[in-house]
Design a protein around this ligand. Structure first.
Ligand code: CA
Length: 235
């Protein structure tokens, strides 16, 4: 059973989420401030965190950042009130994977939780599996099933969203992908969303895999169109 941690100080919302998520077959733990949420996240290692933005003691942004610093890659969906001065780009930069704006229906939340879990579900590899997929470009090696990326012998840390974006680029290598395409494929937005999210994540990927992120060898910007993962010729 998948474990969900709900960090929310408004008791009515926390209770509603817990009830509905449990009805949908999830195990749910709650915490009502940021510090308790942080401690609980480390203790129970949930499969997903629903994280309210405005929280006592430690707000959602800070908590998210601290978890990522602890190398916790659990997917995080940020919950924000419409009036919160929530900077989506900053939230995503700090490591949130998605966000939802209140008020939302429990049904919406459950659909989003399921979608996020599906995207991040590690594929179980049977011991007898003869070969696992690997994308290899010189020093760069990406193992989709293991959720691992190496540059030479160094393991690189990726948030689930960054990893998903990288995989999508790799699966479509040498093809130009527009920001809207990436937004809809990786973020499941079927409406015109804010494409700055894409740019922010691309720049994270470059910081991690490019030797010189200003002169990217792998992830090329195609002016006026979008991005392309290019297999370098000289490797
Ligand atoms: Ca709150």
């Amino acid at each position: 059973m998948k474990k969900i941690l709900v960090v929310e100080d408004e008791l009515s919302i926390a209770t509603l989420l817990k009830y509905n998520l449990e009805q949908a077959g999830f195990a749910v733990e709650t915490a009502n401030d940021g510090q308790a949420g942080f401690d609980k996240a480390l203790a129970i290692e949930p499969d997903l965190i629903l994280l309210d933005l405005m929280l006592p003691k430690l707000d959602g942004m800070e908590m998210c950042k601290l978890l990522r610093q602890q190398k916790m890659n659990t997917p995080i969906i940020m919950l924000t009130a419409r009036d919160d001065e929530f900077d989506k780009v900053l939230g995503l930069e700090l490591g949130a994977d998605d966000y939802m704006t209140k008020p939302f229906s429990p049904r919406e939340v459950i659909a989003r939780v399921k979608a996020v879990l599906r995207r991040f579900a590690p594929t179980i590899i049977e011991p007898s599996e003869p070969k696992e997929r690997v994308y290899e470009f010189g020093e760069l090696k990406v193992y989709p099933e293991r959720f691992e990326v190496f540059m030479g012998d160094n393991a690189l840390e990726f948030t689930p969203k960054e990893f998903e974006l990288l995989l999508y680029l790799l699966e479509n290598k040498n093809r130009v992908l527009t920001r809207d395409q990436l937004l809809s494929a990786v973020w499941n937005y079927d409406f015109a969303g804010d494409t700055r999210i894409v740019d922010v994540h691309i720049s994270h990927l470059r910081d991690k895999i490019e030797e010189n992120s200003r002169k990217p060898m792998f992830i090329k910007t195609i002016r006026g169109l979008g991005y392309k993962f290019e297999e370098p010729r000289s490797l």
